[in-house]
Ligand binder design. Structure first.
Ligand code: C5P
Length: 219
């Protein structure tokens, strides 16, 4: 099979990263989590007392994705492994704001395009099919009901030992989606040539198989 890129977009907590990892592993492709890049920059933004000078913030930033056999993708920010901090609440609550800033986006998008240049990449995010990989061989736009997305996030938190309130999670997810869909630069939207995949009520295995079938069809 010739090498392809797969773009996976959709709203928050729709299961993109879980499915992207599965698909990448089944097809021996490399998974790239672009949200983690925006989260890492947000982590730095918080650490620098929420500077509004995003130009300067980015100028002094190095960001690399590395791969660990057991731990998977790791995010190196200024040569420090920050992966374990990226799901913390203060990062999640600020990431959409930081990701709406032009210097942040052009920095991250360039890195994402470079990573995908050699193909064989499954990349998930918000603007992958529209901006980062407009020529991706397969584009999927994953959605799920907000109730189910909040429940999935709650279970994920439980596994990390974090207690969370379902209603609060729902509100946070909706707020982040609103922000991401209404920002000026590369807002979250379905690419015209993307396939919409509603994952509500479906298992990870079912959704993964549906995408593998789509890949089969483009071979
Ligand atoms: O996917 P994840 O929830 O980790 O993404 C965190 C945030 O990063 C999103 O809510 C969005 O604001 C931003 N993001 C983005 N473009 C991407 C990926 C993520 O703006 N390609």
């Amino acid at each position: 099979m010739s090498l392809i890129n797969i773009a996976l977009d959709g709203p928050a907590a729709a299961g993109k990263s879980t499915i992207a990892k599965q698909v990448a592993s089944k097809l021996s492709m490399i998974y790239v989590d672009t949200g983690a890049m925006y989260r890492a920059i947000t982590y730095k933004y918080i650490r620098t007392n929420q500077t509004e000078d995003f130009e300067a913030l980015i100028k002094n930033t190095t960001l690399e994705l590395t791969y660990d056999e057991t731990k998977g993708q790791r995010v190196m920010l200024d040569n420090e492994d920050v992966t374990d901090y990226l799901r913390e609440n203060d990062v999640t609550n600020n990431v959409s704001y930081v990701a709406s800033k032009e210097p942040v986006r052009s920095f991250a998008v360039k890195k994402q395009k470079d990573l995908a240049a050699k193909k064989g990449i499954v990349m998930d995010g918000r603007d992958i099919g529209t901006v980062v990989l407009p020529n991706a061989e397969l584009k999927v736009y994953m959605i799920a009901s907000v109730e189910e997305r909040a429940e999935r996030r709650q279970k994920e938190n439980e596994l990390r030992g974090i207690e969370s309130n379902l209603e609060k999670l729902k509100t946070e997810i909706e707020q982040r989606d609103n922000y991401d869909m209404n920002r000026e630069i590369s807002p979250l939207r379905k690419a015209d040539d993307a396939v919409t995949l509603d994952t509500t009520g479906k298992s990870i295995e079912t959704v993964t198989n549906e995408i593998l079938k789509m890949v089969d069809q483009i071979k």
